[in-house]
Design a protein around this ligand. Structure first.
Ligand code: CA
Length: 430
């Protein structure tokens, strides 16, 4: 993939709000989602975010614009179509939405304001896998659990993951019920069952899979990115007390299976092209085995995506003070890349399918304040984080909302954003 006319930073749109500096959805972005008018009985259909509007792809199709398969109520068919179809659609959308385009008269009536929209999941997600690709997160969490030996011996050799639960993935804004489960309170002789007392968020990105592979046939690292449609924000809500008691030997189960929140918009890999950076492995670390390595991974395998997590407590909401930022980092610090996740996932012969979701694992930067979870920021709850209004948090309280945001910018390229993934904690059921 390479830069083309759709990335030109001087492009502007006849949708005026797309030209506002600092906005998430300029004409260089063109992310895909599935929406309808909020509270209506309309069919969900594909859309593209442009400024503060959505181009309704079902309406555009009816008006004669070729939307490929993107106007359907789930994007799986578009995902299966692969990079040539995705690129053709992107360039057609870019040309039709540019200032001065002859399609303006046809497409203007197909715009829906985002403030009037509600979203569904962008695709039918068959399977969901959560990786653990931030070495800074893995080290910090490992230190809390195993101070002498924080990183598992396999960590630097392969992108490790667990198979997650797709049924409980929902689109932002997401009302998340505090989970109930077993937890062994420190010093107690036996576990009890009850609401998690250590509910946490995880700042992650999701990767929506495009064309799959035949069972038994792996995806080569060189081809791997052609199987990834794009990225979204992802919050892997985590019950740390349930996790600590249950995770050995088979990994997380109830601690992670009750809710995952993703942002409505999928930013395509093509839109992310200007923000690619070299992927480096420290020379003192093991170098990747051949099936996880190739020149393209080294040259441009990482992506510089700025990531932020915010909290808005009930008190902040009442005061109208707005949310408080918990941390900021970049996806460029990931130890393993998107291509390496895909190559490793399938080396066994496991078949990915269009609409599968891979998550990157919590993204934490090298500095402690760049951590992507409260577990790290509060040192396992021992040093509660002080919020902007004076409240403190070891873990999440009922009523807390967590809002994840992301964007990319660099000189010579437009600034593009991901929107947000927001979820609010509801009290546990009695
Ligand atoms: Ca996770």
């Amino acid at each position: 993939m390479s830069l083309n006319e759709t990335h030109d930073p001087v492009l502007t749109s006849w949708v005026e709000s797309a030209n506002t500096p600092g906005g998430d959805f300029p004409i260089q972005n063109l992310p895909f989602g599935v929406f309808r008018r909020a509270g209506s009985a309309e069919r969900f259909r594909g859309g593209v975010a442009i400024g503060d509007h959505i181009l309704d792809l079902a309406a555009a199709r009816q008006a004669g614009f070729d939307t490929a398969a993107s106007s359907a109520p789930a994007l799986n068919e578009l995902l299966a179509a692969g990079p040539p179809a995705w690129s053709a659609l992107r360039i057609a959308l870019s040309r039709a939405l540019r200032r001065g385009a002859s399609e303006q008269a046809t497409l203007q009536p197909c715009l829906v304001p985002q403030r009037q929209a509600e979203y569904s999941l962008p695709a039918r997600i068959g399977d969901y896998t959560d990786f653990y690709t931030s070495i800074h997160h893995a080290t910090a969490v490992g230190r809390l659990l195993r101070p002498d030996n924080p990183l598992p011996p396999n960590y630097k050799w392969m992108p490790i993951a667990y198979h997650g639960r797709s049924s409980s993935i929902a689109v932002s804004p997401h009302a998340v019920r505090r989970p109930i489960g077993q937890r062994l309170v420190q010093g107690a002789a036996a576990p009890t069952v009850g609401p998690s007392q250590r509910l946490d968020y995880e700042l992650e990105l999701g990767v929506l899979i495009g064309p799959g592979n035949v069972q038994g046939a792996r995806i080569d690292i060189v081809e791997a990115e052609a199987h990834a449609f794009g990225l979204c924000l992802l919050n892997d809500w985590s019950a740390r007390d349930l996790q600590a008691w249950e995770y050995q030997p088979l990994g997380p189960f109830l601690a992670k299976n009750f809710a995952t929140t993703i942002s409505p918009w999928i930013v395509t890999l093509e839109a992310l092209e200007p923000y690619r950076v070299a992927w480096e492995r420290p020379p003192a670390d093991p170098q990747p085995l051949a099936y996880l390595d190739c020149p393209a991974v080294r040259r441009r395998g990482a992506i510089d995506i700025q990531l932020e997590a915010y909290i808005e407590s009930e008190a902040m909401r009442r005061a109208g003070s707005g949310p408080c930022r918990l941390s900021r980092t970049s996806y460029r610090h990931a130890y393993w890349t998107v291509a390496q996740m895909i190559a490793h996932h399938t080396v066994s012969g496991c078949n990915l399918q269009p609409g599968d979701l891979l998550a990157t694992g919590t993204q934490s930067g090298p500095l402690p304040e760049e951590a992507g979870s409260l577990l790290e920021l509060s040192r396992g709850g021992r040093e509660p984080v002080r919020l902007s209004n004076g409240e403190t948090r070891g873990f999440l309280h009922d009523g807390d909302a967590v809002i994840l945001r992301a964007w990319c910018e660099r000189p010579g390229a437009a600034r593009i954003g991901f929107g947000e993934a927001a979820g609010r904690v509801l009290p546990a059921l009695a």
